[in-house]
Design a protein around this ligand. Structure first.
Ligand SMILES: C[S@@+](CC[C@H](N)C(=O)[O-])C[C@H]1O[C@@H](n2cnc3c(N)ncnc32)[C@H](O)[C@@H]1O
Length: 418
């Protein structure tokens, strides 16, 4: 074993401590700046063997599943529970600051908006049948091993209360030893469970699973590889006063509190616009709230997401007009000419961002733009395109939608004098 003693200098973008002292940086999980540690070294990665001295921002992790000291098992769902609150907030905010700086954007970034534990309504578990029964939990860090969990501090109280129920249902779904994804969305009308598995079901399996769902209280729907096996009642999410029934497995903001805050920021910026366009609209998180004041055109690639947006709009009288358009915005962005009828625009693309769409927005005369993103790197690229096109960034708000992970949600607001 290649054991070394290292001094940790900084926290990296993935939440690892980094020792800069050697020929190249060495990454050590579960460490903080100021730690002196002994590690077993494998190229640029050190596995923590012993903590010799603690850095000033080291705190005990609140979850018994966290880190190599866990008495139970080391869950890889969270990576930075051992970092003090202020240092954690600074680190996450800095992820955004450095991404923007790398694109030459000198803009003020607000402090990180904190998330509370227990706020995550959408949790993607890993599951697998083993010799000792079903294992439901999260992958161990950097491994395919699934660590069974007894509770999750990040998930909503209802998901935690019903873990046994969820586990029993996962056991009914599991065929053979292959691992599968078991995504649980905690909605107002019960759990919406979406299974993503590498195995196939027979008709008999379908009936058996549907029967188990029927007999399980608190589960609204279960779908398997996007096929609904049973919907007892439509899963319900409230976007402001509007109730939406999201399609199986569709994108939904992971935390209700973050969803609400982002919508408030976006609505505050675009609220006076007569006509707004919502690009990458999903099921209407922004569109349906903006429609209380503005006419909205929602554009999105997923037909089922748009159908649920449209259904929710039609069931809620009193909104301004909402139209939907199914369109692949990466291949066929809304062109500058098409944008000229709007006074407000929000875009919330997947992690890869919306480079080509941003080029069209940059050339447009839409006076107010809101950019929402879960990836500061692609957001910074897209914002730089808008700034080159004459937009000014007026605010950047990082939101801790993904507590104790290296992920951060960002809402950036922009204006163009036209
Ligand atoms: C980060 S989600 C945002 C959804 C919505 N704004 C919300 O807050 O729930 C990104 C959305 O982009 C959609 N999407 C992915 N690729 C797309 C594409 N090429 N063209 C249009 N929409 C796409 C996804 O279906 C998803 O709904």
């Amino acid at each position: 074993m290649n054991a070394r003693t290292l001094d940790i200098d900084r926290l990296g973008a993935q939440g690892d401590g980094i020792a800069d002292g050697g020929e190249h940086p060495t990454f050590v999980s579960y460490t903080v700046p100021g730690d002196k540690v002994t590690v077993s070294l494998n190229k640029s990665r050190g596995t923590l063997l012993a903590l010799i001295d603690s850095g000033p921002d080291r705190v005990p992790a609140p979850c018994p599943h966290f880190g190599p000291d866990s008495d139970i098992a080391e869950c890889g769902g969270c990576v930075v529970q051992h970092v003090a609150l202020d240092a954690y907030g600074d680190w996450k905010r800095d992820l955004v600051v450095s991404a923007l700086e790398s694109r030459g954007l000198d803009v003020t970034v607000a402090p990180l908006v904190r998330a509370e534990p227990g706020a995550r309504r959408r949790v993607v578990f890993a599951a697998r049948r083993s010799d000792r029964g079903i294992v439901l939990g999260f992958n161990k860090q950097g491994s395919h091993d699934i660590v069974a969990i007894g509770s999750c501090l990040v998930a909503t109280p209802r998901i935690n209360r019903e873990l046994d129920t969820l586990r029993k249902l996962a056991n009914v779904v599991a065929l053979g030893p292959q691992a599968f994804r078991y995504s649980v969305l905690d909605t107002a009308s019960g759990f919406d469970i979406a299974v993503d598995a590498p195995f196939k079901l027979s008709d008999k399996d379908r009936l058996r699973i549907a029967d188990a769902v029927r007999r399980t209280d608190g589960v609204a729907r279960l779908s398997f590889n996007e096929e609904v096996l049973l919907e007892k009642n439509p899963p319900q999410l409230n976007f402001g006063a509007v109730t939406v029934n999201p399609p199986p497995g569709s994108f939904v903001q992971a935390s209700e509190a973050a969803d609400l805050l982002m919508s408030e920021i976006v609505s505050g910026h675009l609220g006076k616009a007569k006509r707004v366009v919502d690009l990458f609209s999903g099921c209407g998180t922004f569109a349906l709230r903006l429609a209380t004041k503005s006419t909205v055109h929602a554009v999105e690639a997923s037909g089922p997401a748009l159908a649920s947006l449209d259904k929710a709009y039609r069931a809620h009288p009193g909104l301004r007009s909402v139209t939907v358009e199914k369109r692949d915005l990466i291949r066929r962005p809304l062109m500058t000419q098409e944008l000229k009828i709007y006074q407000g625009l929000v875009f919330d693309p997947p992690r890869a961002g919306a480079e080509v769409q941003a080029q069209e927005i940059a050339r447009s005369v839409v006076p107010k733009v809101a950019a929402v993103s879960c990836n500061p790197i692609t957001l910074a690229r897209d914002l730089a395109i808008l700034v080159a096109g004459g937009y000014r960034v007026t605010s950047v708000t990082p939101i801790d939608q993904f507590l104790w992970t290296p992920h951060v949600e960002v809402v950036a607001l922009l204006e163009k004098k036209v």
